[in-house]
Design a protein around this ligand. Sequence first.
Ligand code: 6PG
Length: 225
Amino acid sequence: MDIELVVVRGPEDAAATAAALLTEVARARGAIALAGGSTPRRAYELAAGALTDWGGASLWFGDERCVPADDPRSNQRLVAEALLRRLTVAPAVHPVPTQLTPGEAASAYDALLQGVGLDLALLGLGLDGHTASLFPHAPSLRVRDRLAVAAAPGLDPFVERVTLTIPALAAAAHVVFLAVGADKADAARRAFAEPPSEATPASLVRAGAGTTTVVLDEAAAVLLG
Ligand code: 6PG
């Protein structure tokens, strides 16, 4: 499956590009799976600045660290701070129930996701080529009968995770990767310009019937030719 590569000048341009994609789906009252980590924070801030009424939309998490919702490592906290607190009308938010054990939380999230048609799945890219909490060579990469699974710690922060699976992400109408900075250039090359490999989980995630867009700044795209 080919990808739509969007290379923009710098991180702010990449955040603005992702924000526009998010607000388009939010305006249409769609279902969005959000990425964690640090890169999407600015995109969420810009999206909230562009659209404050997210009524009717629904937010899910592509992955979550198994920590309390107010923990600085929580993706739910990231989304609350960068997006939700800036809105006048909130979407329906479906956090991963991290008060449960990782296995229980994954099973509960899997059940919640049944029948949900994701309109957009926003994903980041780790230095090792992971995405969501799908880590290199992890058993989760071969799961085909679940939409969410527990994931052992793969990198900092070294906490248990819950992640959407490849089939869950591939079912999204639009998969959007967002990565910026020179440190992501090699992972971007392996994820988007090399054959799919379990060494680079992001290379295995593409929208099955939909569109896969890769938003990079020039620094992250430098090895893509
Ligand atoms: C997470 C994210 C993860 C992230 C990458 C990139 O929960 O950690 O979902 O997949 O997108 O690790 O993280 P940065 O944006 O911080 O580089």
